[in-house]
Write a protein that binds this ligand. Structure first.
Ligand SMILES: O=C(O)[C@H](O)COP(=O)(O)O
Ligand SMILES: [Mn+2]
Ligand SMILES: [Mn+2]
Length: 552
């Protein structure tokens, strides 16, 4: 644990009497490729464009790979690691990397979580539930296989995988490839009956987040636990291929309906029963907290479980350190100490944080180092604006206007020294692969930023605008060397639904920021974690020693 001292005053930058705004544009990368498939480039964005013209007050920082604690620089950034870095000012080994290490050195198979599920190996079934891809944002297929093979080696007789198709962190349509691969690898596991038992698309089955729509989790419970779904198949590959066709109305991987695999007699091959072990193989928390509650809590009312089997349940990690959920886990999660939220609360600073449901936990839970709730309820106010329950290309404005109104009101109220908001649009609409809708989303967010900055300027405050990773800045898959957009055999563009590896912009300003405050030039490789010290400076505090250096 780093040595953590309380916040101290900045040596030369006095405390701001007016509020300081930190504004996160979720999924807004600064991509070198600026063509017609870069939605930010296509969109009319006069406000964020103008920020670039102010000398010494606009730059980019790294938001992917090792700069945010991911295993390699081929890993795109994501909201979890991005907001962890922005909130904590530290580069922390993240879940993906911790699981890699625990598998490599074998420690994963010696810890309590593994011992706990091992008790079910000989007499019962071991179930693995999670996102099937190598996106590396929530999970990775190679890690799943590491645990499946470990279970077989340690005596498991029956393994069932409940797979959620991705198409969001990886290209749409790739579910076919991953399913084929998994079926083949499970068949090759020796001395053990290993099969896929159920599944569905990640946005429609099981992986809801922040309680946006519990019916998603309910559908997963029915398929995985009860073995009930509107579609049954005898093979997962057939399930995925058929459901993608959608009976003439193609369905993307993210949105496949739930399915159950049955045997020749029509019986589900892998319902979850008393005594079975259940392991969630996602390392990232937000989209598996709800299903974890359904397995772990005796007392549960979010939906009718119909049957509540007594299982040995573990998460890949402990997903919520505050709730201690789940109680047992395979690999200990990253320990994040000395986050800005805690230090500010200890220093008596009043804070307002706001986003809509889809990103609410990002600016609170992830920001605060994966801790739910307040550090100091008297000093902090968190506002969640309920998100729509639709595919977001159908409503690309999302709740950006409402967030802007809430932000302006908080700034003007005089009640808060720090106001932070997250705009979900560039990311959530970007994930749909819909260029037109994403362009609209980016233009709207730009106009919202304009309003917020005007408000803070009128109050004599200071602001910092940044993002957590790229997404809207590239909407097509490209050839590696030439960056040429890729097309399929039919000549159709191959859409990009995932995040990008682009760095993100960071801009500072405000009527209350002394004219001589500029970005320093000796941190060319700075990343998201360098932003924390920067906004603490804007608030009048020195950068704490355990954090990455400030950009100013
Ligand atoms: O969960 C998701 O929506 C995507 O996998 C990642 O998006 P996020 O990291 O921006 O939340
Ligand atoms: Mn994000
Ligand atoms: Mn995203």
């Amino acid at each position: 644990m780093p040595d953590i001292a309380p916040l101290a005053p900045h040596a030369s930058l006095p405390k701001s009497e007016a509020p300081v705004l930190v504004c996160i544009l979720d999924g807004w990368g600064e991509n070198v490729v600026k063509d017609e498939y870069n939605a930010i480039n296509v969109a009319d964005t006069p406000t964020t464009d103008a920020l670039k013209d102010v000398p010494g007050r606009w730059r980019t920082v790294r938001a992917h790979g090792t700069a945010v604690g991911l295993p390699s620089d081929a890993d795109m950034g994501n909201s979890e690691v991005g907001h962890n870095a922005l909130g904590s000012g530290q580069v922390i080994d993240q879940g993906a990397r911790l699981v890699d290490i625990a598998l490599e050195d074998g420690s994963a198979f010696k810890l309590d979580g593994w011992k706990y599920i091992s008790e079910s190996f000989t007499e019962h079934t071991v179930h693995f539930i999670g996102l099937l891809s190598d996106g590396g944002v929530h999970s990775r297929i190679d890690q799943l296989l590491g645990f499946v093979r470990g279970a077989a080696r340690d005596g498991a007789k029956r393994i069932r995988v409940h797979m959620l198709t991705d198409g969001r962190d990886v290209p749409d349509g790739s579910s076919v490839k991953y399913t084929e691969e998994l079926e083949k690898d499970l068949a090759a596991v020796e001395g053990c009956d290993a099969k896929i038992a159920s599944g569905g698309g990640r946005m429609y089955v099981t992986m809801d987040r922040y309680e946006a729509d519990w019916s998603i989790v309910e559908r997963g419970w029915h398929a995985h636990v009860l073995g009930e779904a509107p579609h049954t198949f005898t093979s997962a590959l057939e399930a995925v291929k058929t459901l993608r066709e959608g009976g003439g109305k193609p369905v993307s991987d993210q949105w496949l309906p739930p399915f159950v695999i049955i045997d020749d007699a029509g019986k589900p091959v892998g319902t979850i029963e008393d005594g079975d072990a259940v392991a969630i193989f996602n390392f990232r928390s937000d989209r598996v907290i709800e299903i974890s509650k359904a397995f772990e809590y005796e007392d549960f009312s979010a939906f009718d479980r119909k049957r509540f089997p007594k299982t040995r349940f573990v998460g890949m990690m402990q997903y919520d350190g505050d709730l201690k959920l789940p109680a047992r886990f395979l690999v200990p999660p990253p320990a994040i100490h000395g986050v800005s939220g805690k230090l500010l609360a200890d220093a008596g600073v009043t804070t307002f944080a706001c986003s809509e449901t889809q990103k609410f936990g990002h600016v609170t839970f992830f920001w605060n180092g994966n801790v739910s709730g307040y550090f100091n309820e008297e000093l902090e106010t968190y506002v969640e604006i309920p998100s729509d329950k639709v595919p977001f290309n159908e409503a690309p404005d999302m709740k950006a206007r409402e967030i802007t109104e809430a932000g302006k009101e908080a700034l003007r109220s005089g009640k808060f020294q720090m106001v932070r908001v997250n705009y979900a649009n560039p990311d959530m609409v970007g994930h749909t692969g819909d260029l037109k809708a994403t362009t609209r989303a980016c233009a709207l967010v730009d106009s919202c930023v304009k309003e917020l900055l005007a408000t803070i300027d009128s109050l004599g405050g200071r602001w910092l605008v940044t993002a957590d990773h790229g997404n809207a800045d590239d909407m097509v898959q490209r050839a590696k060397k030439t960056n040429e957009p890729l097309k399929n055999e039919k000549g159709e563009l191959q859409l990009l639904t995932s995040h990008t590896l682009a760095p993100v912009p960071v801009a500072i300003g405000g009527a209350g920021l002394p004219a001589d405050i500029k970005f320093r030039e000796d941190l060319p490789n700075a990343g998201l974690a360098n932003i924390t010290g920067t906004y603490l400076n804007l608030l009048g505090f020195a950068t704490p020693a355990h954090m990455e250096p400030s950009l100013i």
